[in-house]
Design a protein around this ligand. Structure first.
Ligand SMILES: [Zn+2]
Length: 219
């Protein structure tokens, strides 16, 4: 590649690269140890350890969206059961909302989805929650619990200086960041989990591009 283009070529996965961009120029700037998660249709994660991407032995580290929190949970795309991705990413939020509609037929969600529960999306859940819909509020509350439990594990493993979250679902959860931090206190043995900031990523759709630039600039 180097010979072909006469420039330095770096290859990494998008979440690792995005984590580096956040560390260098974004919401993680000024911190040495960062845990980054992009929560959208899946959960992609990156670990910045001492200012550099943590790759593990072969480069397969930091697949933290596939850390399992329920061995009997739903089957994930990766083949494992109960990964946080299959419990708390956008499709899981929509799935749990659809299930709730059986018990809460009057939920706003049914209206938003034009009467078809299969058409419910995670964005509809966020909008219905903001309007005070009970079923949607319950789905969001469950999501906060799941993410807080997962992040509590991350804190016990890494004790990062900051946790940065990006992606569409993170934007939906923006009003609840403090609530997640309150909830993770019960999910970690860390003596000072309240001191770890949880912040929104700077880069949205541009995270991959910013990440690629960060790779070339710094790694
Ligand atoms: Zn998985």
């Amino acid at each position: 590649m180097h010979r072909l283009y006469a420039v330095k070529v770096k290859i990494d996965n998008d979440a690792n690269a995005a984590a580096l961009a956040e560390a260098k120029w974004g919401a993680g700037r000024g911190y040495r140890n960062i845990f980054y998660a992009s929560i959208g249709t899946g959960i992609g994660t990156g670990i910045i350890f001492d200012g550099r991407i943590y790759h593990g032995r072969t480069g397969a580290a930091a697949e933290v969206g596939h850390v399992g929190i329920d061995s009997k949970g739903p089957l994930c795309n990766c083949g494992k059961r109960g990964c946080i991705e299959t419990l708390a990413a956008g499709p899981a939020i929509a799935r749990r909302a659809r299930q709730k509609l059986f018990d809460c037929p009057r939920s706003l969600l049914r209206e938003f989805a034009g009467g078809d529960p299969q058409a419910v999306t995670s964005q509809m859940v966020a909008t219905a929650c903001a309007s005070g819909d009970a079923a949607a509020k319950e789905v969001i509350r469950e999501t906060l619990d799941l993410l807080a439990y997962w992040l509590g594990n991350i804190i016990d493993l890494l004790e990062p200086d900051v946790i940065v979250i990006g992606g569409g679902v993170s934007m939906m959860l923006a009003p609840f960041l403090n609530e997640i931090r309150e909830r993770w206190k019960g999910a970690t043995i860390n003596p000072a989990p309240g001191e770890i900031p949880l912040v929104l990523a700077r880069y949205g759709e541009d995270a991959g591009i910013a990440g690629a630039a960060a790779l070339c600039e710094f790694e």
